[in-house]
Design a protein. Structure first.
Length: 363
């Protein structure tokens, strides 16, 4: 059982009333979002993958751009990897889009180019876990299925005063079973979206919950017991590994030197500026470049990029050389904008490069 604050729960936590109040609130306050306007299975699926660990406002332009480039499962299944990476560029967590292509290919093979319509079938597809399967099944196909993400875990931890660690998979599974009892058959799609919405707008993370405007307050044990502000319980994650890197933006005339990352591993097959493990002094960097003449050496600002398990602490410089060096891809500004996908980890240095090109009138 979920650990709960058990003070006359039956008197202060009316499930039926809670569901009615939640849906009434959602009908009045739901945000207008592009994937809600036309909730086809494909659009719902694309939006749910994009929204994983990514803010709604950041997703909106990517969603429109992605659908323009890949309007169907068929077009996604046949997409070139470089084209996919470029459309996704800047959104991060690039394995998401690689799994989307695999998923689309499986749908072409097994389901006649459509997403399967049940939770269990969706769960078998690449890149689709229990939350995404529940969201797509309920929103697109009206199946009574729980869609339990961080927002939902936070809301229900406060509603029931659960002291279980929400980062544990066992806690998520417990809540999936509990929440199924709340989901109404006739509006399962709205219920799941309403829970996500109230978690995003009212029962917010990293701040005090807005209990004074919450439509669920009268049935929230956390609010009535004064414990909502201390929940959910989320034990500290393992510390990320720190990696020092030196980023070299090597330019020759109106071109910049890029390398493609290995096929497997972090940021696989994406393009990057030349970079070295650890931090180096100017003389060591120039020696490693191997250029006969360095025309310009410009120190760039330090930057940090956080991955799920690693932090890159980066120092960088822009180096102008008098002739091409090393193997790699020498690309123009137009190619950088339209052809080669650069991970968001290097966004600071991409902007510095654009400023350099502008100064040199290479725009």
């Amino acid at each position: 059982m979920i650990a709960c604050y058990n003070v006359h729960m039956e008197k202060i936590h009316d499930k039926k009333r809670l569901v009615i109040n939640l849906l009434d609130w959602y009908d009045e306050h739901a945000r207008v979002l592009p994937w809600r306007e036309e909730a086809t299975p494909y659009r719902v699926w694309v939006s749910e993958i994009m929204l994983q660990q990514t803010r709604v406002e950041a997703v909106k332009p990517y969603f429109e751009r992605f659908l323009k480039a890949f309007p169907s499962i068929s077009s996604l299944a046949n997409a070139k990897d470089d084209e996919l990476s470029k459309v996704w560029e800047g959104l991060g967590y690039y394995n998401r889009v690689k799994n989307m292509k695999k998923c689309a290919q499986m749908c072409m093979e097994l389901y006649d180019g459509k997403l399967p319509s049940t939770y269990e079938q969706l769960l078998q597809l690449p890149g689709i876990g229990s939350y995404t399967a529940g969201a797509v099944a309920s929103i697109a196909f009206k199946e009574k299925a729980a869609a339990v993400d961080g927002n939902v875990l936070r809301v229900f931890s406060r509603l029931l005063v659960s002291e279980d660690d929400i980062l544990k998979e066992s806690t998520k599974k417990k809540f999936q079973k509990i929440i199924l009892d709340y989901i109404p058959e006739e509006r399962c799609d709205a219920f799941n979206q309403a829970l996500m919405e109230i978690g995003a707008l009212v029962c917010v993370p990293n701040a005090a919950p807005r209990c004074n405007i919450c439509p669920l307050a009268q049935d929230c044990i956390g609010y009535q017991s004064g414990k909502a502000h201390f929940l959910p319980i989320k034990k500290a994650k393992k510390q990320r590994r720190i990696e020092k890197r030196t980023i070299l933006v090597v330019v020759w005339k109106d071109k910049v030197l890029l390398y493609q990352r290995p096929e497997k591993g972090l940021l696989s097959k994406m393009y990057e500026f030349k970079n070295l493990e650890d931090h180096y002094l100017k003389k060591d960097i120039i020696n490693r470049i191997g250029a006969k003449h360095v025309l310009t050496y410009k120190k760039l600002k330090d930057a940090k990029h956080v991955f799920s398990h690693i932090e890159w602490h980066m120092k960088a410089c822009l180096i102008e050389v008098d002739e091409p060096i090393e193997e790699g891809v020498w690309c123009t500004k137009e190619e950088l904008e339209h052809t080669y996908a650069i991970p968001s980890a290097f966004q600071t240095y991409k902007e510095s490069l654009y400023e350099w090109w502008k100064e040199k009138s290479y725009e």
